[in-house]
Design a protein around this ligand. Structure first.
Ligand code: PRP
Length: 181
């Protein structure tokens, strides 16, 4: 794809990590009663679907839409709740499935929200972790890949809503978004 500078995780590498993350979750939730996996839309959609299907442990599925990037490459710092979960999480083991942890603002907000609503436990699995950009002291319990301060797109990750459907994750060429931040 001409807008991609370099691929950081191809389909095979992603599939391998999804399998490892699924086994990690299976082990952790072997004795849990109906944990609920929460897909943080839109970015996590593809990772979420692959991950929950690779798990052997039955999980309930829920979806929440949080957004803080708009059409830019920098977080606004204040994630907005665009669409809420459709059922209560009180007393449940919640598994947040994220595509990327960047500033950490989204994860902090979501963890607070779930605990306020009475979740029994909250675990976060992320496809990518970008520790260099962290603003909040938070991290995923399991992350598949670590990345530096590069703008990634594909497999759910977007720039201005584009590139989500690429089957791999790659670094977006700077010229695509330069001057638009
Ligand atoms: C992205 C991503 C995470 C969040 C991480 O969502 O999907 O949810 O940002 O960034 P943070 O750690 O700086 O909060 P975005 O707000 O871009 O919405 P999207 O999922 O619809 O792309």
């Amino acid at each position: 794809m001409e807008d991609i500078e370099r691929v950081v995780a191809d389909e095979r590498q992603i599939a391998k990590k999804v399998e490892i993350a699924a086994r990690w979750l299976d082990e952790r939730f072997a004795k849990a009663v109906e944990p609920v996996a929460i897909c943080v839309l839109k970015g996590s959609a593809f990772f979420f679907c692959d991950l929950v299907r690779a798990m052997k442990t039955p999980v309930l599925t829920e979806f929440i839409t949080l957004s803080s990037y708009g059409d830019g490459t920098c977080s606004t710092g204040a994630p907005k709740l665009v669409a809420d979960l459709s059922s209560p999480v009180a007393g449940k083991d919640a598994i947040i499935v994220e595509d990327i942890i960047d500033s950490g603002n989204t994860l902090v907000l979501l963890k607070e929200l779930l605990f306020e609503r009475g979740a029994k436990s909250v675990t976060c699995v992320a496809l990518f972790d970008k520790p260099a950009r962290r603003q909040k002291d938070v991290k995923a319990d399991f992350s598949c890949f670590e990345t530096g301060d590069e703008f990634l797109v594909g497999y759910g990750l977007d720039y201005a809503q584009r590139y989500r459907t690429l089957p791999y994750v790659g670094v977006l060429k700077r010229e695509v978004y330069a001057g638009k931040k």
